[in-house]
Design a protein around this ligand. Structure first.
Ligand code: SF4
Ligand code: SF4
Length: 408
């Protein structure tokens, strides 16, 4: 056990056992015990499995991923826990923050999972990076309960190592858990890393899956639960294995760049850029890395379809990417590569924008107004196109309707 903590056994040297509520009828007993005497719920729709356990374990984390998952709406965590999502088993959540039980009753759930004593399969969602306990001197970085009999401090990492081989799936939640994130930034003293790097290339869950990665700092809550739901459908035998990319990310969520779905992408294409925060145009010259970052927040929003970085006026700092944060620093500085693309957009997009404005001017006029005055007082300042503009409109219209035989 030396690789986990060098803290000696303490407090129970007289073999005093910490009290543990073991009566499953007691509301403070471990949920893994209480759940075993519950009658199967009849309202579990179209699910072969009645329930699964979901262990949410935390390493070096800010709890941002926990906040994100509790804000998920498609599906909601509450609906999963109540078994209200058709095709999905009911989820018994064992979470470091939101579980009812605490202390030895909470830890007992983990011990039962590691000992194979649960009555249903389980998933692990790991939040936070993994700090190297061999660097922790005489202490430990990530304590999570004690051994009941000896009082020995158990670390989160030890629980992961004991439980991962028996888990149906291990999901690394957030950029700290997937790639190391901020705790693994240059000059950190903890040798922090992601779950995938810790468990190694050969790790496979009981479903035969490597670590599933849902990055983001914090991730979109819907991305977390949608991925977990996809894994549960597979576990349930109701859907094929979801598609994951070469980094173990759900491919349908992380293939596209932020830029392709950004509401400001049209400004980029036309070569119009924000000069300061609060401007509505493309933010690339204020430091946005969206063109090279894989993330779906621009179209998905952060909670229930709303919010998200550039939707709210913020730049992309690349928080979903393995290179975050070091390879995106310094933040809020223009990415060097954007000079070429922004200059090209300014040149080409500037021309295209003017041509489009010309065409828009024509499409803002009804055919009647072209041969008569505008009936609207609002449009008094809109002059009839004359000269070159009129000729361009006529030529454009001829080309547009070349094949339809209409007389325009
Ligand atoms: S704000 Fe960022 S993501 Fe959006 S269009 Fe500009 S560069 Fe692309
Ligand atoms: S847009 Fe960029 S900064 Fe915002 S969540 Fe996505 S990757 Fe992170």
């Amino acid at each position: 056990m030396a690789q986990y903590t060098k803290v000696p056994d303490h407090s129970h040297s007289d073999n005093e056992l910490m009290p543990l509520v073991t009566d499953p009828a007691n509301a403070f007993a471990p949920i893994a015990m209480r759940s075993q005497i519950l009658p199967p719920r009849e309202e579990i729709y179209h699910s072969k499995l009645e329930k699964v356990y979901l262990f949410w374990i935390v390493g070096a984390s800010c709890d941002g991923c926990t906040i994100a998952v509790t804000g998920a709406t498609h599906p909601r965590l509450e609906d999963l826990m109540l078994g209200r999502v058709p095709g999905l088993p009911r989820v018994e959540l064992i979470h470091t923050v939101v579980s009812v039980e605490s202390g030895p009753e909470w830890t007992e759930n983990l011990r039962m999972a590691a000992a194979g004593e649960l009555d249903a399969p389980f998933l692990i969602c790991w939040e936070g990076s993994i700090m190297d306990e061999t660097y922790s001197g005489d202490g430990y970085w990530m304590g999570l309960g004690e051994d009941r009999e000896t009082g020995r401090q158990i670390t989160s990492l030890e629980w992961l190592d004991r439980m991962a081989p028996l888990a149906a799936a291990v999901l690394a939640i957030g950029t700290c858990a997937t790639w190391g994130g901020i705790p693994a930034a240059a000059n950190n003293v903890t040798n922090a890393k992601g779950v995938m790097d810790h468990l190694g290339k050969d790790y496979r869950s009981t479903l035969g899956l490597p670590v599933i990665n849902v990055p983001g700092c914090s991730p979109v809550g819907d991305n977390i639960l949608e991925t977990a739901s996809a894994a549960l459908l597979f576990l349930n035998g109701l859907a094929p294995l979801p598609e994951f990319d070469e980094l173990g990310r759900p491919a349908w969520l992380f293939t596209e760049t932020v830029h392709r779905h950004c509401p400001r992408a049209g400004y980029y294409e036309e070569g119009v850029f924000a000069e300061e925060y609060g401007d509505k145009e493309c933010l690339v010259e204020l430091g946005c890395w969206g063109p090279v970052v894989q993330c779906n927040i621009a179209e998905r929003g952060i909670v229930d379809g709303y919010g998200g970085c550039m939707n709210m006026g913020g730049i992309c700092i690349g928080c979903t990417m393995p290179g975050f944060p070091d390879k995106f620093a310094p933040f809020y500085a223009t990415p060097p590569g954007s000079f070429l693309s922004a200059t090209t957009s300014r040149t080409v997009g500037g021309f295209i924008r003017r041509v489009r404005r010309l065409s828009m001017h024509d499409k803002q006029r009804s055919a009647r107004w072209d041969s008569d005055d505008s009936p609207s007082g609002w449009a008094r300042h809109k002059k009839q196109p004359v000269g070159v503009e009129k000729a361009v409109h006529r030529f454009y219209s001829k080309v547009q309707h070349f094949n339809d035989g209409a007389n325009h």
